[in-house]
Design a binder for this molecule. Sequence first.
Ligand code: COA
Length: 469
Amino acid sequence: MDERLEALFKPKSIAVVGASRKPGKIGFEILRNIIEYGFKGKVYPVNPKATQILGLKAYPSLEAIPEDVDMVVVSVPAKFVPDIIDQAGKKHAKVAVVIASGFKEIGRADLEEEVVRRARKWGIRVLGPNIFGMIYTPARLNASFGPKDVIPGSVAFITQSGALGIALMGMTIVERIGVSAIISIGNKADIDDADLLEYLAEDPHTKVILIYLEGVTDGRKFLRVAQRVSLKKPIIVIKAGRTEAGAKAVASHTGSLAGNVVIYSTLFKQTGILQARTVEEAFDWARAFSYLPEYKGGQLVLVTNGGGAGVISTDTLAENGVKLEAPPKSLVDTLKPKLPAFASLGNPIDVTGMISNEGFVDSVLEALKNPEVGAVMGIYCQTAVTDPMVIASKLVREIKAMGGLPKPLVLTLIGGEECYWAVTKLNTAKIPTYPMPERAATTVAAIINYSRMREEVRERLKELGDVSD
Ligand code: COA
């Protein structure tokens, strides 16, 4: 483990160079987030014009700080950054988080190279430049100018886009998706996706890694590392620049090459990476992976009270490479006496629109408990004879009584406002639930496809003598 990366996630002390005295300026907001999110280490604001900022003693320069510092957050204009790196070196800093824009993305590759050259001389790792900072919730570290109240959890999010990343940070809060880390990597002058993947693979607080990717500089390194990491935890990628027009936009955004879309998709598959088509899809999947136990094989069973929603889900699963087989006989035998005579006991199991709250919940739970079933998708359409909130509460209670989910369960609750609140209740209880059947079905497909891809990667590496059983 590179101890300098350890200092990125768990610094003992942080200096903020360019900590502004003025609320609303980036340097001020970063310092405020570090303090208010509850970082426990030492924090040194650096600003030649201030003596005190946000109640902390301010220092005119890094050199004026009486001790060494682990992390230096650099929030001064680009042209000053190389000299700040030299000063950070004298303070034995291990990592510099360079917020400033104005480097490769505007044709100043020379200035970016100078920053890296000086950082290497001092043995400092550089995150950025052109970033909004980073967050690591287990260390109560929010060194970013994004939202303050990020919810701790187990999704790590690496983003090459700053503003989009900040916006999505906000979305995770509204959607109640807990994160372990959010890392803005911008121009990736030094620390890149592969470095972060390696670190996060070993991080016990991270269950799933989500990457917004525009391009990679060292493709071989990325794929080699991703292949190994995907054996341990799922990696979900949103690859931007899929079209010619998008690729041009990427070049002027972070100065990356977007590359060929088909090549990327093929390589992702071979590497065990899940490629999401949309941001919504990526977060839908991340939520499920962070809440659920591992899928260990076995049949997928759909339980629905609405035939149409069952068909839509079946279509979506098939489009994503997941075929349904007839449900286990033992499950059919258990459910048959409890269901209306006209219930359909194929897969999907259609428990019919006349099913009660208890009947729907019971059918989902029976499927979950069946030893031949590996994963369950529950599809609920709001009817006048049921109440989505009662169903949600009962599911939460029963699953808690079972000691948590024994295998993956993904739900969709389709209907009006009551469904919205029931979806929120279930997600808060860490049972992944979506308001649309397609969203739930692509999530189930991602869970099954990840398991398949991982097996393929494992087999391939074994053939190459590269992995033990
Ligand atoms: N050391 C320490 N502090 C210094 C300094 C130095 N060498 N030089 C200036 N400062 C102080 C300034 O006095 C100022 O403090 P004040 O507001 O109390 O007067 C503060 O540091 C910031 O410097 P300033 O020159 O006002 O810069 P700024 O805040 O306007 O802009 C950046 C700095 C880094 C935010 C800006 O250059 C930038 O790159 N913005 C884009 C960032 C971005 O979008 N990144 C990508 C995210 S997605």
